[in-house]
Design a protein around this ligand. Structure first.
Ligand SMILES: [Zn+2]
Ligand SMILES: [Zn+2]
Length: 318
């Protein structure tokens, strides 16, 4: 099958990559659309030391599965394949299973290929009223919903999201479903112009030193993001940290101690929540699609995704 493979040095389209093997309890999915994520770009710069087929954001149709009721269903899939047997799994922390593999990120070929494979337990059927262009946002939208799972937010809480990239915008939309005071801060007027929804405000004041936010979501994808988040957070407020950066950065944590700030790392969410959110709130995710390329032109797609003006770039594999 055709697949986009990262070999540790470069990204290339391989025409005869082996299709996923049959495994007990797993399904093989024919991919329709895959999204290029910041994480994919970080992997190409060395993050996670991953080698193999890239990609973890997709929508597709089940092509092969021992449980025939799944075959032909349109699905998205949770990206963490947990062992189901360890202490973390027993505590419901399957997204933190130490034995897990992660689609296109750790130990498991991803979805930028004609086929990918995931445990049946990871699959979520996509309702008919959610089309592929929306369903392909389930993974990043679920990651945005993870914040609500981790931080209790009141309607009166002042929320600030730093970063006007796709994840920042999705986080702002999700926060706007619970808080009346959400401000998205970024430096790209054209991206901020796409963000208004659900009463959120936008601001280009990226280095404000006003420490009055109850909750700050750091989604800049930049090493400076945490410092700016600390400067914005009120004493005893909470910072949800979303950016994964390939390189370590030195940071002064004294203000975190002095202001007794809670810093919460936040990664993947539950797909059931992301899908339900797409259905209930009609988030205008189509605004975030900057370009689409066939898999054969994936290298161009990655270059387009690296453009600071770009939001979501999709790979059309159908
Ligand atoms: Zn992603
Ligand atoms: Zn486990």
């Amino acid at each position: 099958m055709k697949a986009l493979v990262f070999d540790g040095k470069q990204l290339s389209l391989v025409k005869d990559h082996p299709a996923p093997a049959r495994r007990n309890g797993w399904a093989v999915i024919r991919v329709h659309l895959a999204g290029i994520c910041r994480t994919d770009q970080e992997i190409v710069h060395g993050y996670m030391g991953f080698r193999g087929v890239l990609g973890h954001e997709f929508v597709g149709t089940v092509a092969r599965c021992a449980d025939a009721t799944w075959v032909g269903k349109r699905v998205v899939g949770e990206i963490n394949a947990a062992c189901g047997e360890c202490d973390a799994c027993a505590r419901g922390l399957d997204r933190h299973c130490p034995n897990r593999s992660v689609l296109g990120i750790a130990g498991l070929d991803g979805c930028m290929a004609e086929y990918c494979s995931l445990p049946v337990a990871n699959l979520r059927e996509v309702p008919d009223d959610i089309d592929d262009d929306h369903a392909v946002f389930t993974e990043p939208l679920s990651a945005a919903f993870a914040i609500l799972e981790q931080v209790a937010i009141d309607p009166a809480d002042r929320c600030v999201v730093l970063g006007d990239g796709k994840l920042g915008i999705l986080c702002a939309w999700v926060l706007a479903t619970v808080s009346r005071h959400v401000t998205l801060v970024g430096e790209h007027p054209d991206k901020l112009a796409l963000a208004p929804w659900g009463g959120i405000a936008t601001s280009q004041d990226t280095h404000a030193e006003r420490a009055d936010a109850d909750v700050v979501v750091e989604a800049t994808g930049s090493p400076d993001g945490l410092r700016d988040a600390i400067a914005r957070c009120r004493p005893r407020g909470t910072i949800a940290l979303k950016s994964t950066i390939a390189h370590a950065v030195p940071i002064d944590l004294a203000p975190v101690v002095v202001n007794e700030i809670r810093v919460v790392g936040s990664r993947c969410g539950r797909f059931a929540q992301g899908l339900a959110g797409l259905g209930e709130h009609a988030f205008p995710v189509e605004r975030l699609i900057s370009a689409r390329f066939p898999l054969e032109r994936a290298a161009e797609g990655f270059r387009a995704a690296a453009d600071p003006r770009a939001l979501k770039v999709l790979l059309d594999i159908s």
